[in-house]
Each structure stands twice: as structure tokens, then as C-alpha cells.
Design a protein around this ligand. Structure first.
Ligand code: NDP
Ligand code: OXD
Length: 318
């Protein structure tokens, strides 16, 4: 008998239910979104699949053997006080997610390069004027975070001609890209025209994108002023500093997909800033069907005695 699987995904419930119809056919699925699952005894169950899980979920699963994250980031799982310390956590790593993120990053870099917001404003005024236009090769994108997502986005930006440099906690050797480690942050920032944030949320990365950091970005680049793009985690960014940096001319614009508080409160000043392109944590949503396929493969590995893939290092925080 294969262990049942508990699903606690705070995604769109109808989409999760539809994807579950064709998933885990050889084991019982306990979907916590279903009324009848709420009071159920969860002992004897090996697996939990979660995104923003109920705070008591892990306490209710005394026999849990593996936690599967519904996304690439695991900060919400790691923040649960009753998280069992020794249970492996597998995060979601899949081309369906990686490609979506790279689409977002490439789109935002091109949008700022090609001055889409300025032309849109000019269109409103029927203002026919050509703006001076640098090319991608004149612009350096600084990728903060050189993991699965950062490296893929960097590769695709390079195909378009952008000069791409990267920053990560540990040193990296990546062909065709200059890289900087944690100790060389200022040198990295001083070379960066478009800063892309693809960092996980940890104690070290909380509040990292602040006024001080923005003031260190390159000032004499081809775009005139540097630009900030964040698709990592909102708590890494001080949104009031982004708004102020734009108003004071330190930043020329920003693309923000994530915020300290989500949903972003309707009275947050960021909504009204023309130079900010704002999306609702939608850069790279998990495709539920792909997620369940991936987890089925991981369960098969686990049950065959093979190593799980994409394990989180809990001590490191990602
Ligand atoms: P990875 O774990 O593969 O990569 C993380 C990268 O960040 C690594 O290069 C790591 O350095 C670096 N890093 C971590 N801490 C630090 C630090 N203190 N200083 C410098 N570098 C650091 O993660 P992914 O690329 O898969 O995902 C990145 C994040 O993107 C996720 O954690 C999630 O928060 C976010 N995300 C957002 C989505 C959205 O829709 N907005 C969708 C999916 C993910 P090193 O290489 O040295 O370990
Ligand atoms: C993720 C996310 O971490 O969607 O996958 O934010």
C-alpha cells in the first residue's frame, strides 16, 4: 500500500482540484481544501505537498517523511514553528517554472531598455518623437542570485545581447559571465545598470534592496539612471525606498512582482508610481499539473531508495 499524500496548496482551489484528478492515481489524496479533510487524522501519512501551509499541518502529521514545496521558494515552510527539523524538504524545480521566470525577466529588461512606459505616455499625448535608444549591449544587467532561475534568465538575456554579471553567496565560475561573491557586492553594484533580484528570502537577504543599495548602482550608464527589477521575495525589498529612490532620481524605474505584504494594500503608494511596473506575484506561478508530475517522480525515487532531488538546506535557509 502506498502512503496517501496530503495537499495543502493555497493556490486557486478549482485549478488544484482539476490537476489532482489526473495525479497520484495509485495513492489516496487528502486535499485540505476539502471540507471533509479538515478534521481528519493525518497520522501514518508520509507526504505533504504545501504552499503557505496551515500552521498546525506538520504538528498533525507525526509520521511525515518528506515535505514537497509547491514552489521554488520555501520561506513560508521554513517559517512554521512546528516544522520538523530533520525531514527533507524538496523544492519545485522544473522547466515550466524556470521558463516563465525567464520570460518575466527578459520582458522587464526589454521594457526598460526600449522605454515602453515613456512611449506609452507620449502616445497618450499624440507626441511623435524618437527617443535616444541604447542597445542591449550598452547595458549591464546585474543578476542578484545565480541559482536555477538567475542562471537561466542570465543566459537568455545574453542571447539578446545584454552584458550580464552575477552575484551569489558563494563564488561561481560561469562561462561567459563575470561573477561576484558575497564579499564583492559594492563592486558588482557599481557595474550594474539593471539590477535583477532573484534571491531567496533568508535572514541575510531580508531588506537587502534598500536606499543604500540603490545608491551604489551605476550612475553613468546608457539608460541614464539604473533600474530595479525584483521577482525574488518581497521582504527582501524596502518598497518605500524604491518609491523614494524613483522620486529622488536615484532609480529611473522599477518592475516589482513581490512585496513585503501580499496582496499589496490598495493604499500603498507604489500602485500610483508611473515608473513602477507592478505585478501580483505572478512572475512564475507553479503549473499544478507539472508540479504533481514532478512530485510523483520524486516519490518514486524515494520509495525506490534513490536520493531526492532539489533538497533545501534548512541551515542555509534555501
Ligand atoms: P536557488 O536556490 O537555485 O538559487 C538561489 C541563489 O541565491 C543562489 O545563487 C544563492 O547563492 C543566492 N543567494 C542566497 N542567499 C544569498 C546571499 N545571502 N547572498 C548572496 N547570494 C545569495 O533558487 P531559485 O533560483 O530556484 O529561486 C530563487 C528565488 O526566486 C526563490 O527562492 C523564490 O523566493 C523566488 N521565486 C519567485 C517567484 C515569483 O513568481 N516571483 C517564482 C519562483 C521563485 P549560492 O549559489 O552561493 O548558493
Ligand atoms: C515560488 C513562487 O517560490 O511562486 O515558486 O514564489
Amino acid at each position: 500500500m502506498k502512503s496517501p499524500v496530503v495537499v495543502d496548496l493555497k493556490f486557486d482551489p478549482a485549478t488544484v482540484r482539476a490537476a489532482l484528478k489526473n495525479a497520484f492515481r495509485d495513492r489516496e489524496v487528502i486535499n485540505m481544501a476539502d471540507e471533509e479533510s479538515r478534521g481528519r487524522d493525518l497520522s501514518g501519512i508520509d507526504y505533504a505537498i504545501c504552499w503557505a501551509p496551515d500552521l498546525d499541518l506538520f504538528a498533525r502529521m507525526p509520521d511525515l517523511k518528506v515535505i514537497f514545496s509547491g514552489g521554488a521558494g520555501v520561506d513560508k515552510i521554513l517559517a512554521i514553528p512546528t516544522l520538523p527539523k530533520t525531514i527533507p524538504i524538496v523544492r519545485f524545480v522544473d522547466p515550466t517554472l524556470t521558463n516563465r521566470m525567464s520570460e518575466y525577466v527578459v520582458l522587464q529588461c526589454l521594457t526598460h531598455l526600449r522605454q515602453v512606459a515613456r512611449y506609452a505616455a507620449m502616445q497618450k499625448n499624440r507626441d511623435w518623437r524618437e527617443l535616444p535608444q541604447p542597445e542591449a549591449a550598452d547595458v549591464t544587467v546585474g543578476m542578484m542570485g545565480l541559482g536555477v532561475l538567475g542562471q537561466d534568465a542570465a543566459r537568455k538575456l545574453k542571447v539578446l545581447g545584454f552584458n550580464v554579471i552575477g552575484w551569489s553567496r558563494t563564488p561561481k565560475a560561469i562561462e561567459g559571465m563575470e561573477t561576484f561573491d558575497a564579499g564583492s557586492l559594492d563592486a558588482f553594484l557599481g557595474r550594474t545598470d539593471i539590477l535583477v533580484g532573484l534571491l531567496p528570502l533568508t535572514a541575510e537577504t531580508t531588506g537587502i534592496y534598500d536606499a543604500r543599495l540603490f545608491s551604489k548602482l551605476r550612475k553613468d550608464g546608457a539608460l541614464g539612471k539604473p533600474v530595479f527589477i525584483n521577482a525574488g521575495r518581497g521582504k527582501s525589498q524596502v518598497t518605500t525606498d524604491v518609491v523614494r529612490a524613483i522620486r529622488e532620481g536615484v532609480l529611473g524605474g522599477a518592475s516589482l512582482d513581490v512585496f513585503e505584504e501580499e496582496p499589496l494594500p490598495v493604499d500603498n503608494e507604489a500602485w500610483g508610481v508611473e515608473e513602477i511596473i507592478l505585478t501580483p506575484h505572478a512572475a512564475a506561478a507553479s503549473d499544478e499539473r507539472a508540479l504533481f508530475r514532478y512530485i510523483e517522480q520524486q516519490m518514486a525515487r524515494f520509495e525506490a531508495g534513490e536520493a531526492l532531488q532539489n533538497l533545501v538546506d534548512v541551515g542555509r535557509g534555501y
